[in-house]
Design a protein around this ligand. Structure first.
Ligand code: HEM
Length: 484
């Protein structure tokens, strides 16, 4: 008995000393940590309050797990960029693990992540990400989207699924080498899974699951359905990969999967290779899911903000009419001549603040920062919200105001505090694609339609539905009134 007591004491002491020099934070409860001290539906607001009270590095405890919150541009720059290697790990977030099992690019760390990130970036670029070739694909999808919206003229409709479909087809054409029809049952099922996945990730259920995965698994709920759908989505990715194993022409891989399969074949005699089926399936899922939901919900939110601010919508349309007119489709070359539109798109993203804590990181090794020591494997939340809503960095941080991205002469003005894609080594690897997609989809839609809500603008609610992992914007019904 005495030996057991001593052993426990030694264990507890060991744990304490490992965490002795963590940054300060509110006193945790022994069992639940700080969980009872905030509203889990809007956790990031509590993190913002902590940064005001404790400064740019603070610690909270989610049950018995410490999490270090980094806030403010300077501290994020010093950690995510200055100590980029140390802060480059990805936290083991149970819901992320459910879709990737520790493989792929988004939820891995160290050598595996580096290899997958390098390959993914290079291959996306080879297939046109950020270049003219992908712009043509985006334009085709934008033209289809406009046709679909036209069919809804005269009645109120929800644009959410059509936007999801159009945006997803862009990444699908890179990853799977094909686009899908709106009614394709396989595609519909994949999109439904992505949609539910993000909704649950950003909901209180997702938060609680990430803290107590085993316990929550014991209870019935939407998460079980999601896990089943995720397995089916993985199975689909696996079949696509296997089909290419036989059909691949090594001299000219046609899509991302083929390029990866080629690499698997090339490295088959390397026992340490990361090019295997497990990584391939998870990378496919990472690109497909990250490339679908975020961008489509940004366009959805942009249209909602246009309905809320008809004066802004009108000014964007005026600018498009003057520069592009009605006789041709917008192209990224028009971007430099559409400063107001560019400012609006950036402001939509800043205001939306879709990933308030980015995707949680973890420490790769014990690291000293600002006089504190953050031990290896400790979870880190880069609080992007603290930068995107910092009153010292933006004229009107809590309102939707395109002036935030315009200089005194009405020219588009970049702002270093625009950190919606994260900072440093783990920053979003799809940014170049997103920039093209947002511009082409938004300008094509506003060139053709005026969006009107079913209620007067003052009554429109533009706050997100869920605000945990992500701040997911609302779905809504609207009118798209043709401008021609
Ligand atoms: C509006 C659109 C998007 C936004 C706001 C966004 C934002 C982000 C953020 C905040 C992160 C995490 C950064 C961090 O961990 O510090 C991230 C990671 C990532 N994003 Fe995006 N993203 C968007 C679209 C896309 C697209 C279209 C793709 C696919 C081509 C993509 C692929 C990824 C991947 C693979 C990662 C993980 C990178 C890594 O762990 O190294 N994202 N994104």
């Amino acid at each position: 008995m005495a030996v057991l007591a001593l052993f426990l004491l030694w264990k507890i002491r060991g744990k304490q000393s490992r965490f002795d020099r963590l940054p300060p934070g509110p006193a945790p409860n022994l069992l639940l940590g700080n969980l009872l001290q905030f509203n889990i539906k809007e956790a990031y607001k509590y993190y913002l309050e902590l940064s005001e009270k404790y400064g740019s590095v603070a610690t909270i405890w989610l049950a018995n797990t410490p999490v270090v919150i980094i806030s403010g541009y300077q501290a994020l720059k010093e950690t995510m960029i200055g100590l980029g290697e140390e802060f480059s790990g990805r936290a083991i977030y149970p819901l992320l693990m459910k879709s990737t099992y520790g493989y792929g690019v988004l939820s891995t760390s160290g050598h595996r992540w580096k290899e997958m990130r390098k390959f993914s970036l290079a291959t996306l670029k080879n297939f046109g990400m950020g270049r003219r070739s992908i712009e043509e694909r985006v334009k085709e999808e934008a033209e289809n989207l406009v046709e679909m919206f036209k069919k809804c003229e005269g009645s109120a409709f929800s644009p959410a699924d059509m936007l999801l479909n159009a945006v997803s087809n862009v990444i699908c054409s890179i990853v799977f080498g094909q686009r899908f029809e709106f009614e394709d049952p396989q595609f519909k099922s994949l999109l439904r899974t992505v949609n539910t996945y993000f909704a649950i990730l950003s909901s209180p259920l997702g938060q609680i699951y990430n803290i107590f995965p085993r316990l929550v698994s014991l209870f019935p709920g939407k998460h079980h359905e999601l896990f089943k759908d995720l397995e089916e989505a993985r199975e689909y990715c696996k079949c696509e990969a296997q089909a290419r194993m036989n059909s691949l022409d090594p001299s000219s891989p046609q899509d991302f999967i083929e390029a990866f399969v080629l690499k698997i074949k090339e490295e088959k005699d390397n026992p340490k290779t990361e090019y295997n089926f497990d990584n391939l399936i998870s990378v496919i899922w990472n690109l497909f899911s990250a490339g679908t939901e975020t961008t489509s919900s940004t366009v959805r939110h942009a249209l909602l903000l246009m309905m809320k601010h008809p004066d802004v919508q009108e000014r964007v349309q005026r600018e498009i009419d003057e520069v592009v007119g009605q006789d041709r489709w917008p192209s990224t070359e028009d971007r430099q001549n559409l400063p107001y539109t560019e400012a609006v798109i950036h402001e939509v993203q800043r205001h939306m603040d879709i990933a308030p804590i980015a995707v949680p990181h973890k420490m790769m090794c014990d690291t000293e920062y600002n006089g504190y020591v953050i031990p290896k494997d400790v979870m880190v939340f880069p609080l992007l919200s603290s930068v995107l809503k910092d009153p010292k960095l933006w004229k009107n941080p809590n309102c939707f105001d395109p002036e935030n991205f315009l200089d005194a002469d009405g020219r588009f003005q970049k702002n270093y505090a625009f950190v919606v894609f994260g900072m440093g080594k783990r920053a979003c690897l799809g940014e170049a694609l997103v920039r093209i997609e947002l511009f082409i989809f938004f300008t094509s839609l506003l060139q053709h339609f005026t969006f009107k809500a079913m209620v007067p603008p003052v009554e429109l609610d533009t706050t997100p539905t869920n605000c945990s992992f992500g701040r997911m914007p609302r779905t809504y019904e609207c009118y798209a009134i043709s401008r021609k």
